[in-house]
Design a binder for this molecule. Sequence first.
Ligand SMILES: Nc1ncnc2c1ncn2[C@@H]1O[C@H](COP(=O)(O)OP(=O)(O)OP(=O)(O)O)[C@@H](O)[C@H]1O
Length: 277
Amino acid sequence: MKFDNSKIDGIIRIEKLIKKFDSRVVLDGISLSCEEGKTTVIIGPSGCGKTVLMKHMIALERPTEGQVYFKEQRIDEMHEKKLARLRLNFGFLFQGGALFDSLNVYENIIFPLRQHTKIKDWDAVDELVKQKLALVGMDGYQNHMPANLSGGQQKRVALARAIALNPQVILYDEPTTGLDPIRSDIINELILKLQQELTVTSVVVTHDMNSAYKIADRIIMLHNGKIVADGDAEHIRNHPNDIVQQFINGRVGEAELAALRHGGTKFTTQFKPEDFK
Ligand SMILES: Nc1ncnc2c1ncn2[C@@H]1O[C@H](COP(=O)(O)OP(=O)(O)OP(=O)(O)O)[C@@H](O)[C@H]1O
């Protein structure tokens, strides 16, 4: 099924977003509405602006032009103090957003609680940590140090930390990167489980198509600063356009090959977004 963004009344809404770094346009007029309780997956070639787009959803980046809304509240112009409060609605699992090495698992999980609340009832906190760790299959690891955990276990603890404050939205940036296929699949299952059990809205940036197909209600592909495909897994799998097919099947396109042959570093594939939808 192909999606019509203009018909979606999302919990997160991005309107005509343009983002430039100096004169370089990274996002070129993106409009995207993410439906509440669903998982939207953003795919696209390395450097196409997936992470930058996601950062706009919590105003970690500000638009050059355009607007961003969370529950109809405009956030791209919001002051940091108000934003800090608003961001409590979000859990993040960012690339490199690793655990604090000097804190054990328990302390890592209560870190956001300590930052944002005054803890009085420690028994309740113990119970909360236990419950969040149980959700990711890591109860019993409270006293372990991050260095003694595998990469997949560390991600699961980071996920438990991300859900410590019961967020309405979870943002995942490349959650399976660096994990072997089995551990990746555990993370995929967890993303699905959290969506079902906590009824959160999820936005996931990934280049892992197995993961995208498994977890997505909707897949958006970015290319050259624009959305070039927008639909469910089946729509994306059967997408008629070569650029989409090259990406999802991990093939290098002719334009890219030509650029490599000619020693260029800039890929110059040109197209109109209408061609892909
Ligand atoms: N703060 C910044 N200042 C300047 N350029 C930036 C900044 N942040 C990102 N960029 C540039 O914007 C482009 C998009 O970056 P982004 O991290 O969103 O890509 P991505 O699609 O997530 O890539 P990857 O899949 O490799 O993580 C890149 O060329 C990057 O160098």
